[in-house]
Design a protein around this ligand. Structure first.
Ligand code: HEC
Length: 135
């Protein structure tokens, strides 16, 4: 009985250290993997306005649509996002987005978008509905 109690005490004392070591190892691994995923998730949130992988679609070619980010230079994107963040550049929405980003996230997002290949937007021709279409 004494042996069992002693074993339980020893396991009880050392198990937090074992768990702790495992957590540290797992955390180091996760940080590396998940930061990339984190940046890609942030970049995906930009797609709603800036298009898939930064390829915004201009509807009327009047240059009044949301700017494309694909292939824009990294330094250009960084300076624009920092200007939005500091309030130096006024904006309709981007000052809000940029304020939520850290300097590291801005750099990583700029890196991501600068590496995307710019594509010319393709607009589909309007289709006429056919009244006689058999569903
Ligand atoms: C709700 C729509 C929306 C979302 C989401 C959005 N943007 Fe923007 N972005 C805009 C608009 C609109 C502008 C033009 C400035 C303004 O009026 O805010 C802009 C401008 C920019 C510019 C400056 C482009 C230029 O050529 O001047 C950059 C860089 C930028 N956005 C990056 C991002 C990044 C990175 C994200 C994701 C973290 C993002 N945006 C998310 C709408 C959006």
């Amino acid at each position: 009985m004494k042996k069992m109690i002693a074993s339980a005490v020893i396991i009880g004392l050392f198990s937090p250290m074992i768990v702790c070591a495992a957590d540290v190892a797992a955390a180091a691994y996760d940080v590396h993997i998940s930061y990339d995923v984190h940046i890609r998730s942030l970049a995906a949130s930009c797609a709603a306005c800036h298009g898939t992988q930064g390829n915004a679609v201009s509807i009327n070619n009047n240059n009044d649509s949301t700017p494309a980010l694909a292939g824009v230079s990294k330094t250009d994107i960084i300076s624009k996002l920092q200007a939005f963040k500091s309030g130096e550049r006024s904006a309709t929405v981007m000052h809000r987005h940029a304020k939520g980003l850290t300097a590291d996230e801005i750099t990583a997002l700029a890196e991501y978008f600068s590496k995307q290949v710019p594509h010319s937007p393709i607009s589909l021709k309007p289709q006429k509905l056919r009244a006689d279409h058999a569903n």
